[in-house]
Design a protein around this ligand. Structure first.
Ligand SMILES: Cc1cc2nc3c(=O)[nH]c(=O)nc-3n(C[C@H](O)[C@H](O)[C@H](O)COP(=O)(O)OP(=O)(O)OC[C@H]3O[C@@H](n4cnc5c(N)ncnc54)[C@H](O)[C@@H]3O)c2cc1C
Length: 319
């Protein structure tokens, strides 16, 4: 299929892009990597009359550290994240997500900011980044504002963005050490969207107790979800002390490695994660199947995040 006719603009600055958006309102769409927008235009699910291609705006490129935050320019591609040693060392949950998103071609073009703006319920970036302290920077006619990712995405394919606004960057807090994170995904075919996915980010205190934990669910609701009750159960617990799940991402490893009380807590956490999931049935699976997956993936992500928090090298979860 061919897209409907449109007028193409290639602004060189954010202000030029904002002027175009202000002039054309709902009839205009930003084009970043084009990996979601162009397929939708070809299927005529989207038919914007004006395309504002932001790829020529140099200020939107790049990935940089600013103090204790990682700033991801709106043109930063999935592949840039996958190739970043900073990400791999300090934010491995993002490294997982980058490597698990789609295939090489899509990763070379698609952007993190575009994924958040698109807000696909099965998108990998919304689910992975919700486990971190993630802020979205939005430029619009009234200036610049920042909003937490949890508030930015309001429903399936729906964000806070107004018609005359655009994302200029996404910033992520680099968690204090010791910490560990992991993002795991179950897909029907390599490179496909998730049937279900889970992110876990753990911080330990000086006694190696759980200082904080975030558990996020992808493709398990209209928006990415936090499993708040499971987080509360694990927070402050000694569950992590002395555990040894090195190199494992299997379903049973955490239980066998933890003492009885810890294992029971983990089983209860898994139940709470399943309860937090709010999936819908589709061609990828039934509600019961996706709920089951939520529990299994939680256990895998937890085991890897814990290993990483203990400084252990973990075999990659992706090709
Ligand atoms: C074959 C295939 C497989 C895929 N598999 C996966 C997968 O496994 N997991 C996954 O998460 N995704 C997957 N995707 C989607 C891919 O990750 C996209 O790159 C991503 O969803 C959108 O990023 P983009 O830069 O390509 O955005 P675009 O397609 O350019 O834009 C998407 C939407 O976001 C808006 N937008 C983009 N940038 C901005 C901005 N800076 N400010 C405001 N609005 C903006 C656009 O106007 C549009 O509405 C797949 C895509 C394809 C084609």
């Amino acid at each position: 299929m061919y897209p409907a006719e449109f007028e193409y603009f290639s602004p060189a600055t954010v202000n030029e892009a904002l002027d175009l958006l202000a002039r054309h309102g709902d009839d205009a769409k930003i084009l970043a990597g084009g990996q979601s927008l162009l397929p939708m235009m070809k299927l005529r699910i989207a038919s914007p009359r004006y395309l504002v291609d932001v790829n020529g705006i140099e200020a939107l490129a790049g990935l940089r550290r600013e103090g204790d935050r990682l700033v991801i320019g709106a043109l930063c591609r999935h592949a840039d994240i996958a190739a970043s040693s900073l990400v791999r060392e300090h934010l491995p949950i993002m490294w997982d997500a980058a490597n698990l998103t789609a295939d090489v071609q899509v990763r070379n073009r698609g952007t993190v900011a575009g994924s958040l703006a698109h807000a696909d319920p099965a998108g990998d970036w919304p689910a992975a980044l919700l486990a971190l302290d993630t802020m979205v920077t939005i430029a619009g006619p009234d200036g610049i504002r920042t909003t937490p990712l949890g508030e930015f995405i309001v429903d399936a394919y729906t964000t806070q963005l107004g018609a005359s606004e655009m994302v200029t960057d996404v910033s992520v807090g680099i968690p204090p050490e010791p910490n560990g994170g992991a993002y795991v995904k179950f897909e029907k075919r390599a490179g496909d969207f998730a049937v279900a996915s889970v992110g876990v980010q753990i911080e330990l205190d000086e006694h190696e107790h759980c200082r904080s934990v975030a558990i996020t669910l992808g493709a398990l609701g209209p928006t990415p979800l936090r499993a708040g009750s499971a987080e509360a159960l694990l927070r402050g617990s000694a569950l992590l002390r002395g555990s040894s799940v090195a190199g494992s991402a299997s379903d049973s490893a955490p239980d066998s490695a933890l003492n009885g009380a810890s294992a029971e807590r983990l089983v209860e956490a898994e139940r709470l994660v399943r309860d937090a999931a709010d999936p819908f049935a589709d061609t990828r699976g039934s509600v019961a199947y996706k709920r089951h997956l939520a529990g299994v993936l939680f256990r895998r992500a937890f085991a890897v995040a814990l290993d990483r928090a203990h400084g252990r090298t973990v075999a990659t979860l992706h090709p």
